[in-house]
Ligand binder design. Sequence first.
Ligand SMILES: Nc1ncnc2c1ncn2[C@@H]1O[C@H](COP(=O)(O)OP(=O)(O)O)[C@@H](O)[C@H]1O
Ligand SMILES: [Mg+2]
Length: 253
Amino acid sequence: MTAAHITVEHLTMAYGDFVIQRDLNFTIGRGEVFIVMGGSGCGKSTLLKHLIGLQQPAKGEVFYDKQNFWSADAEQRLQVMRRIGVLYQSGALFSSLTLAENIALPLGEFTALTKAEIADMVSYKLALVGLAGFEDYYPAEISGGMQKRAGLARAMALDPEILFFDEPSAGLDPVSARLLDDLIISLRDTLGTTIVAVTHELASIFAIGTDSVFLDSDSKTMLATGNPKQLLAESEDPRIIQFLTRGQGRGGR
Ligand SMILES: Nc1ncnc2c1ncn2[C@@H]1O[C@H](COP(=O)(O)OP(=O)(O)O)[C@@H](O)[C@H]1O
Ligand SMILES: [Mg+2]
């Protein structure tokens, strides 16, 4: 187990009085590819919002290293948020801006880099995601898989220590989804970035996940945390086995 990057303690998440998940406890280690899994509507995206500063816990704590994220003052919380990159399902690029302009946005806003330095940084990030030379393309001119990678380049613009993905391969064909998985792993390996990914794609869960948490919507809490392959091999919980085998059982794969 690597050093803890994020620690979640006794976290309860709710919308108003409606509890989505209660008493979540798990640790995300540095350099892990941590998967948030569970059926549709169990609270995966909601959990991500609690980790990136968009939604406050009803109860419990989120720590970044030793720092209590939600009891810190707003300025300290912003400092932590600047170390985070987020890639949403849609990629969320601005359609009226070129790829270079999209990626330059956070650099212009949050750094003191000159225009020339920003242009260099933009080209470097595009090259990292396999889009060297696509600076002047508009999002509509490239494929869905390339849009996701451009979104990833933007999420990485500020050299985040942690990258969050919500359903990164949603809407992609299997080949593009595989390429995106490979890219996520190579970024982790070359940059040492901690990755937290929401997904229910079994192929991705087993291909890239080194650790995970499994949320259950019926019991409104987590059923397990650990390496997904190990959970599949060793879990005694039929709900986990059902999810990890698409209902086929351990013998069915
Ligand atoms: N803004 C919101 N207000 C009230 N309920 C919400 C809101 N967002 C999501 N929910 C509810 O919270 C539950 C978990 O949603 P979500 O975190 O999006 O699930 P998942 O990402 O696992 O599919 C769902 O029942 C959803 O309807
Ligand atoms: Mg979701």
